[in-house]
Design a binder for this molecule. Structure first.
Ligand code: GUN
Length: 297
């Protein structure tokens, strides 16, 4: 769908629920074809260590999406106090399991387990999150196998709405391995001119307010608002936070004060319903992609 991005028109809501539903439907058909050709479905192993409530919700969503798209899921839960060797043995077992095409270790890990070290135990051809050094290297060479799901989801939303970033100035706020760095690379690959800002950037607004496109992944609730963006900008909010609401319940919000953008930005992602649902859709796509590559080798 090509977006009407004319200045002065109402802000376009970039609806991640809609885009992820479209992509999951298309994916389900491809998963069925894979199963017919190979006599088994693509398989995703999800490893959750500890009882972090947010991680439990995310993992639940990933397992559910596997069921919806026809991917076989293998769920492994270990206690927070599990031994490093226990986790390593599990990952090594999954590396050799021919039913498992992709392995995801939910982050963050409990204190005492080093995320980068644990990720390095995943066989490169099963790195469904694209987070190992091997996958990152391939991505930066422009030859990715699996791309980190959140930045891949951002690109998929832009593509769905016909928003080209070629020739645009883009600012990525955040430099994590999981979002900021791969996001910046994908935007460069799509011919944007990219600036990476972070917690030590002096005068952040000077950068964000000049940009045609801003991807915000700072991890601070409602951190940026209208005055931080130029009129007509495209604003992508990767943040997700649970905040107390007036009625005593809790409410989800992002890194951006979305309601301030109406009548100002050209297009923006809400929270919830923006980038979040895309992450899971891209994980499913990555699983099928690895499965196709794995059966071909
Ligand atoms: N924790 C939050 N997002 C992610 C993700 O995309 N992958 C993994 N493995 N853990 C996460």
């Amino acid at each position: 769908m090509a977006a009407n991005l004319a200045q002065g028109s109402a802000m376009l809501k970039l609806n991640g629920n809609e885009v992820s539903a479209v992509r999951k439907t298309a994916l389900s058909a491809k998963v069925r074809e894979f199963q017919k050709r190979n006599g088994r479905p693509p398989g995703l192993a999800v490893v959750l260590v500890g009882e972090d409530p947010a991680s439990q919700v995310y993992v639940g969503g990933k397992i559910k999406a596997c069921g919806e798209t026809g991917i076989r899921s293998f769920e492994h839960r270990l206690p927070a106090a599990c031994k490093r060797t226990e986790l390593k043995l599990l990952i090594e077992k999954l590396n050799y399991d021919s039913q498992v095409d992709g392995i995801l270790v939910q982050l963050p890990l409990p204190i005492g387990l080093e995320g980068d070290e644990v990720l390095s135990w995943i066989a490169p051809h099963k790195d469904v999150d694209g987070l190992t050094a091997h996958s990152m290297g391939l991505l930066w060479m422009g030859q990715p196998r699996a791309i980190s799901c959140t930045p891949a989801g951002v690109m998929a939303i832009l593509q769905h709405y016909g928003i080209s970033v070629a020739g645009k100035s883009a600012v990525v706020v955040g430099r994590s391995n999981i979002v900021g760095k791969p996001m910046a690379h994908l935007l460069v690959q799509a011919d944007a001119t990219v600036t990476i800002c972070h917690s030590r950037t002096t005068n952040l607004r000077e950068h964000t307010s000049q940009a045609d496109l801003v991807v915000v992944a700072v991890g601070r609730p409602r951190f940026l608002g209208r005055e931080d963006f130029k009129q007509g900008a495209i604003v992508i909010d990767v943040g997700i936070h649970r905040q107390p609401a007036a009625d005593g319940k809790t409410k989800l919000c992002g890194d951006v004060r979305y309601e301030e953008l109406e009548g100002w930005a050209q297009a923006a992602t809400p929270v919830p319903g923006g980038v979040g649902p895309m992450t899971i859709a891209m994980l499913m796509e990555n699983t099928l992609r690895l499965a196709e590559l794995n059966v071909a080798t």
